[in-house]
Design a protein around this ligand. Structure first.
Ligand SMILES: [Zn+2]
Length: 333
């Protein structure tokens, strides 16, 4: 890029578009799907690793029929992306869903907010898309994007946490993801207080105290207000609202307590935090680091870092996994 241009507008008009690599780098074109509790995202990724297009639709909530409804949504999005970009021919797909997920069996075992039980997502997606499909948990997929391309990349022992509607994490030990049969990283359901009740059936789970949704819910229950998110609670706390301050501080206390357990057990070099709550920036990271420091004694101090891949980390992680699948197939053929 020239920094000496007399007239940058003219330069831009006469210069061919640069061959900019996308976030994934060069590789096979793939489809990527990230099914969240609220929205489902779909992306078509080209051979330069660019997200040619990202679609977003509400995730269907259809009780016991939710698995089938999610598949119809995905199939419709895939058809739309393929029709819009016939020049990009995907060779594999990556699919991420929330809840308890068996990556190896390709099954969504259970999702408390979405209602499916033992749904064979990978087989169904392979049939309807006509492609090999890599299947995993949404937070592990986004965590892999963060570990390969983002803030977690410099570290071999690192935990990537997402704090949004729920709380979960991806655990990397010696550079490899640890899935624990699909159950690792469920720190959202470790007990940090005597209450309130959690959707999982437990009491005082981290997620019931400190998720973005819980912070808004607890403030509303305490005051009769109707704030819609943790951001509003933080704004009120900063404006001198004592109830908002107490809810926010107790959430950060609970997070620090939970992180201290993670540190004691795994001694990660870094903990990377993404999701809606991480948008609070220094208002979260400053007090969290201070409170964690107060709890720890001799343990290794992890660096606390905000996630850096951004809102498309899920589909980017799904795309990386889809390419891995092709690479593994080529290596064994
Ligand atoms: Zn729970």
């Amino acid at each position: 890029m020239s920094t000496e241009s007399v007239n940058p507008a003219v330069d831009a008009a006469v210069t061919a578009p640069p061959a900019v690599a996308g976030p994934l780098g060069s590789g096979a074109p793939v489809l990527a799907f990230d099914v969240g509790g609220t929205d489902t995202k779909a992306a078509l990724i080209d051979d330069a690793g660019r997200l040619a297009e990202v679609l977003r639709l509400p995730t269907p909530h259809d009780g016991p029929g939710t698995g089938d409804a999610v598949m119809r949504t995905i199939d419709g999005m895939a058809a739309g992306l393929r029709a819009q970009h016939p020049e990009i021919v995907p060779r594999a797909a990556g699919l991420l869903v929330p809840g308890h997920v068996d990556d190896d069996a390709g099954i969504g075992i259970f999702a408390e907010n979405l209602g499916w039980h033992d749904f064979p997502f990978r087989d169904r997606a392979e049939q309807s898309l006509g492609l090999p499909v890599s299947f995993s948990h949404d937070v592990r997929g986004a965590g892999e994007a963060e570990h390969r391309l983002g803030a977690a990349a410099p570290f071999r022992d690192v935990v990537v946490m997402a704090i949004g509607t729920g709380i979960a994490g991806a655990v990397f030990l010696d550079g490899r993801i640890h899935t624990g049969g699909g159950m690792a990283g469920e720190m959202g359901h470790s007990r940090v207080a005597d209450g309130p009740a959690c959707a999982c059936g437990g009491m005082g789970c981290l997620e019931a105290v400190a998720s973005a949704a819980a912070i808004a819910r607890r403030y509303n229950a305490l005051t009769g207000a109707e704030v819609h998110g943790a951001r509003e609670v933080l704004a009120r706390a900063e404006a001198g609202d004592d109830a908002a301050r107490s809810v926010w501080d107790s959430a950060v206390d609970a997070l620090a307590l939970d992180l201290s357990h993670t540190v004691a057990l795994l001694a990660p070099e870094a903990i990377v935090i993404g999701g809606g709550l991480a948008q609070a920036g220094p208002a979260l990271f400053g007090p969290l680091a201070e409170k964690l420091e107060r709890i720890l004694t001799f343990q290794r101090r992890p660096v606390l870092l905000p996630a850096s891949v951004g809102e498309n980390a899920g589909v980017i992680g799904a795309g990386l996994r889809a390419r891995d699948l092709l690479a593994a197939a080529e290596a064994t053929s």
